[in-house]
Design a protein around this ligand. Structure first.
Ligand code: SG4
Ligand code: ZN
Length: 223
């Protein structure tokens, strides 16, 4: 059954590839995510322009807390446009930076209209000053799997660092079926959030991070 995967035990990451034929990329793929980001090459990569909408609906899907984005939010990477579909959270972070793991990471999942390729922007969280956007989300986290609530007026841009300097590489979904269709963009600067709000997430999902995979022939570029 498609939903039957987890982060530990018999349906954990090392078994994802054999749970179903559809998941073969999880074990056989050579461009898998996440990565430990190291050895990035400074390059003239396109800047990011974000124009997201407030609102949406927040859902506990059994693997994470996910916000279905309000329609019409866009990310432009140079001249490549994407639409924001949803964003969701991982604890601890899935990507590492030179071996360092952060307590949380948010993934903003965008779709390129023509090709169907995904562009996922990741942002790391560190404990510190409260972030009002994350605080509003944490206050409404649906406690039970399958539970969903409308989100009045939450602006996802509140989860962005001031600088949009980022790392870029080609990779995959970090969950089954691990499809190698993702243009990854990882913000170099983390944002601060209240440790108590991190605790509200880890009370539900204390470990929903896939271990880092090998880079193989891939380059990681830095803006
Ligand atoms: C999370 O499990 C999301 O809830 C999934 O979204 C998402 O799958 C999956 O992570 C993989 O995304 O950015 N971590 S990731 O690589 O977006 C997809 C849904 O199930 C396809 C909708
Ligand atoms: Zn994710």
């Amino acid at each position: 059954e498609a939903e039957h995967w987890s982060y530990e035990g018999e349906a954990g990451p090392e078994h994802w590839g054999s749970l179903s034929n559809e998941n073969s990329a999880c074990s056989a793929g050579s461009q898998q995510s996440p990565l430990d980001i190291r050895g990035a090459i400074k390059a003239d990569i396109p800047g990011l322009a974000l124009n997201w909408k407030s609102g949406g609906a927040i859902l506990n899907n059994g693997h994470t807390i996910q916000v279905k984005a309000a329609p019409g939010g866009t990310l432009r990477r140079g001249d490549k446009p994407y639409e924001l579909v949803q964003y969701h959270f991982h604890a601890p972070s899935e990507h590492l930076v030179e071996g360092h793991r952060f307590p949380m990471e948010v993934h903003f999942v965008h779709k390129h209209a023509e090709t169907g390729a995904l562009g996922v922007l990741g942002v790391f969280f560190v404990p510190g000053a409260a972030n009002t956007t994350f605080a509003s989300l944490a206050a409404t986290f649906p406690q039970k799997t399958g539970e969903q609530t409308a989100l009045p007026n939450v602006d996802p841009s509140g989860l962005l660092p001031t600088s949009l300097r980022y790392w870029a590489y080609e990779g995959s979904l970090t969950t089954p079926p691990c499809s190698e269709i993702v243009d990854w963009m990882i913000a170099q600067d983390p944002i601060e959030v209240d440790a108590a709000d991190i605790d509200r997430f880890t009370a539900l999902y204390s470990m929903n991070a896939r271990p880092a995979l090998v880079a193989n022939r891939r380059y990681i570029l830095a803006s």
